[in-house]
Design a protein around this ligand. Structure first.
Ligand code: GLC
Ligand code: CA
Length: 566
């Protein structure tokens, strides 16, 4: 296969326009401001941004309640500003992905307004209604503890409507051909304005059968193929990145056996087990998750992340594992959310300890996936637990120690800038960190630069190398006659590890030399062909196997050429 599927080795950065940079001084970030920060992003080395929803919305769920899919919310600017932005991003080689929130609309969307007041309107069928209160109305809530039900009575319509999420987010009847046609039209519109793809919100719910009489919802996976085909016909490099927190046995239904459905999916399975591994210094469940999510079509890719804009959902761990993660990273109930997760930012979870942040990021950048980083995490931003639900980790980017962290000239930002304390903008900001070579920001920039020179991670096949020490993860990637190897010690104390690289035949000789890509200590195997290394607390190593002449040895085709990995 020709290696030009850009998303297989991208570095994705996710941000909210409103929280990034306010150019016009009204206290809310906007596209003009974001555009002025494109050089910062370019310098950091990211290759794609994922923008959280910026379409017109009453903002009761931070824009995940859209009331017009074909416009830019005026608080962020105009369609003109958006196009200027995608153009400027393109000039810097940065692709733009946007959130596509089409499982539901806002209850203020004209479609819903018309649907509820006129039973004969064509929009009536665009939503999901029931004359009587469905028996399962009090089940299936996505936000337990905050959201009371999944069906709400509407006085105007004199009927109950279905909402998988909050009651102001009525579900679209996504099985309806007209709704599907509209979804494609929305995609086509934004592609025309310069985007390279969509982060598809809530995919399992979009494809699920919906209705009062649906006892056991079924996924209509074929819909995913329809989305994929449309994207690729319109623009060959356009992708869909699915938010689907599903069990590994259904992964292939989402990717499609022949890679004909979603290009990418977030790997929630690995994410949760990674946090458990970091909390317990036990990599065994993580390795299991890596193996369980390994099979995928060669053209498909995982999106890996540490934290995102939502809570860290630990719902797939065992109760005991979940309690271990809570105890380590979010012991206070105020840090937890929806009975299943932690709402904090990354840095406070690690007590701001840069060694642990580097370890976590080093794992993020070397696991078999495209890394997705969250704005502000590159400088170790904190959270504001006084803000409700997930808003605590959505505060404005901290640019400098000037008023409001340099985010706005207004003294009333729409959401307060974190100020005072260890994570206040006075100490934690991009400007200060830029001046310090060892800052997290400069470290991140260097690690991204190195990650780009290790395409084996995105393209190759991985092997977990056994070490008999559950605190240490050793992984090797093979691609086109080149190999890289990563060692991570998740424990708070140093460990000594023994392992052999595991190459055989003619390649065994290469396995005896490991060149450290980040520091001077290289490793030569002993007489027995094994490497022996002492790795410090929270230490990580990035090695090239066999020497730095690897580019001279790289082959031009994949060998053996398997249609499917794993
Ligand atoms: C997804 C989003 C979340 C949003 C929800 C409803 O889970 O990530 O932020 O609240 O969908 O659209
Ligand atoms: Ca503004």
């Amino acid at each position: 296969m020709i290696n030009d599927l850009w998303y297989k080795n991208a570095i994705i950065y996710c941000l909210s326009v409103g929280a990034y940079m306010d150019a016009n001084g009204d206290g809310i970030g906007d596209f003009t401001g974001l555009m002025r920060r494109l050089d910062y992003l370019h310098g950091l080395g990211i290759t794609a941004v994922w923008l959280m929803p910026f379409q017109i919305s009453p903002h009761r769920d931070d824009g995940y309640d859209v009331s017009d899919y074909y416009g830019v919310d005026p608080r962020y600017g105009t369609i003109g500003d958006f196009v200027e932005f995608t153009h400027a991003a393109k000039q810097r080689g940065i692709r733009v992905l946007i959130d596509l929130v089409i499982n539901h609309t806002s209850d203020q969307h004209p479609w819903f307004k018309e649907a509820r007041h006129d039973p004969d309107s064509k929009y009536r069928d665009w939503y999901v209604w029931s004359k009587k209160k469905p028996a399962n109305a009090n089940t299936g809530m996505v936000f337990p503890g905050v959201q009371k039900s999944t069906w709400t009575y509407d006085e105007q319509a004199r009927a109950w409507y279905f909402h998988r999420f909050y009651d102001f987010q009525p579900d679209l009847n996504t099985s309806h051909p007209e709704v599907q046609a509209e979804i494609l039209k929305i995609m086509g519109f934004w592609i025309q304005l310069g985007v390279s793809g969509f982060r598809m919100d809530a995919v399992p719910f979009i494809i699920s059968t919906k209705g009062a009489d649906v006892r056991e919802p079924e996924e209509q996976y074929d819909m995913l193929r329809m989305f994929r085909e449309f994207l690729q016909w319109r623009q060959g490099d356009c992708i869909a990145l699915a938010e689907a927190n599903v069990l590994p046995e259904t992964d292939l239904e989402y990717f499609g056996d022949d890679g004909d459905r979603m290009h990418m999916m977030f790997n929630f399975q690995v994410n949760q087990n990674l946090f458990y591994a970091l909390a317990a210094a036990d990599t065994r469940p993580l390795v299991k998750a890596l193996k369980a999510t390994k099979p995928r079509p060669a053209t498909a890719q995982w999106g890996m992340f540490l934290r995102n804009h939502d809570e860290l959902d630990l719902g797939r761990l065992t109760e005991e594992q979940r309690q271990t993660v809570f105890a380590a990273f979010g012991p206070d109930p105020a840090m937890q959310l929806y009975d299943r997760g932690i709402r904090r930012r990354l840095a406070p979870m690690f007590d701001g300890d840069q060694r642990r942040l580097e370890l976590a990021y080093s794992l993020l950048f070397t696991l078999p996936a495209t890394p997705v980083i969250r704005y502000g995490d590159e400088i170790g931003m904190g959270d504001n637990l006084k803000l409700p639900e997930r808003n605590c980790a959505r505060t404005p980017m901290q640019w400098s120690n000037e008023p409001q962290g340099g985010f706005t000239k207004s003294d009333k930002p729409y959401i307060p800038v974190i100020s005072g304390g260890p994570y206040g903008y006075e100490h934690v900001n991009a400007a200060i960190q830029r001046r310090h070579p060892e800052s997290l920001l400069n470290w991140t920039e260097r690690i991204i630069r190195m990650r780009k020179e290790v395409p084996e991670i995105g393209w190759g096949d991985f092997t977990v190398i056994p070490t008999r020490d559950p605190s240490v993860l050793v992984m090797r990637y093979d691609w086109r006659n080149n190999w890289v190897l990563f060692v991570h010690n998740l424990d708070a104390k140093p460990h000594e590890v023994n392992f052999s690289v595991g190459l055989d035949g003619d390649n065994a000789e290469h396995g005896k030399l490991l060149i450290n890509l980040l520091a001077e200590d290289h490793s030569h195997a002993g007489e027995d062909g094994k490497h022996r290394l002492v790795i410090e607390a929270y230490g990580y190593r990035w090695y090239r196997v066999g020497g730095l002449d690897y580019l001279l040895r790289r082959t031009e085709v994949d060998e053996p050429l398997h249609p499917k990995m794993g």
